[in-house]
Design a protein around this ligand. Structure first.
Ligand SMILES: O=C(O)CCC(=O)C(=O)O
Length: 328
């Protein structure tokens, strides 16, 4: 029989045949204390590691000016190998195997616990916090695998901004930064024509009509391919005009996208985060995963937003500035 015991910040599971035969109260209390210590240790480690990866002034300026930044050498060879093994299994299981064989999978976090590490990766999450602040969650995610294609079979370029209707509902398609995507490159796109992501630097500041003039299948003069090696992470503002490039190479393109936004913005997909995933999640991961938020999205309770504390340590002056305006 499993007993679920709730301590102040997390759930602990104890396995006993009967509460009074094999598990005494003192064992239970000890387990809670041990669980809390492990948790405190993990939180402390996360806080210490995150200090090494805070957003630099240069990165902030670049992101605000260009609408994207590139962070090289994030994933080690070993991490890449493990993630690729999982992605390859998913690909083999879900690929269509018809003439249009590719994978664009939402909700991929439920597929394997390895992705949880990337959700709050200590080299990356501090940058997301630096750009968006602490009242955030994962509003969207997708895993993409694209086989090489022949020139005469190319699907073409589909220039767009993310979040569809947002671009019409705001007058002239002008609105502030509310969401960004973090792309973990697993395959090598260090040359063109390997399915690189193309962006138009600065186009996050355009009106929507400026962008709508870009014809699909055209490479505008200002567009650039992101030429990056596996293990690189690209951050891009959801307002930037971008497209997937064609993959005319011999390499299958593989990339994971994590979309972060404010907790008051509705999810962009219908992903159902499984109870299993939530059970294994740390408090920070739970903040990022939980989608059913109600008005706590606007008026957060500290217990639901552990990223607030992390943010206050990583960006104390920005935090203080915010706090002087708000009691939340
Ligand atoms: O697959 C790509 O490189 C493009 C992804 C994309 O367009 C998106 O995430 O909105």
């Amino acid at each position: 029989m499993w007993f679920i015991i709730s301590s102040s910040r997390n759930l602990h599971f104890l396995k006993c045949q009967s509460l009074f035969t094999h598990c005494s109260y003192s064992v239970i209390i000890m387990a809670i204390q041990m669980g809390s210590k492990v948790l405190e240790g993990a939180v402390k480690k996360m806080h210490e590691n995150a200090q090494k990866f805070i957003l630099t002034k240069t990165q902030k300026v670049q992101f605000e000016r260009d609408g994207f930044i590139v962070v090289k050498n994030v994933l080690s060879g070993n991490e890449l190998k493990k993630i690729l093994a999982v992605v390859n299994t998913i690909w083999e299981k879900y690929r269509s195997r018809n003439s249009d064989d590719y994978l664009h999978m939402f909700d991929f976090l439920n597929q394997d616990k390895i992705f949880m590490k990337l959700l709050d990766y200590d080299k990356i999450l501090p940058l997301v916090l630096g750009l968006l602040g602490w009242n955030i969650y994962l509003y969207h995610s997708h895993l993409d695998v694209n086989l090489p294609i022949k020139q005469n079979n190319a699907p073409g370029l589909t220039w767009h901004r993310d979040n569809s209707r947002m671009n019409y509902d705001f007058k002239n398609g002008r609105y502030p930064l509310v969401a960004l995507k973090v792309a973990y490159w697993l395959s090598d796109v260090s040359e063109k024509n390997r399915g690189n992501l193309y962006v138009i630097p600065g186009s996050h500041k355009w009106t929507y009509n400026q962008g709508k003039t870009i014809k699909n299948n055209i490479l505008p003069e200002k567009a650039i391919p992101l030429i990056v090696k596996p293990g690189t992470v690209v951050f891009f503002d959801s307002r930037i005009w971008h497209t997937r490039g064609n993959n005319f190479s011999k390499i299958t393109r593989k990339v994971l996208f994590f979309g972060y936004s404010y907790r008051w913005l509705r999810p962009r997909d219908n992903a159902k985060i499984s109870a299993k995933l939530l059970e294994m999640a740390s408090p920070i991961q739970r903040q990022l995963l939980i989608r059913d938020i109600d008005n706590g999205a606007y008026v957060p309770k500290d217990k639901d937003v552990p990223l607030k504390e992390l943010y206050s340590k990583l960006y104390p002056s920005d935090y203080k500035q915010q706090r002087s305006d708000s009691k939340y």
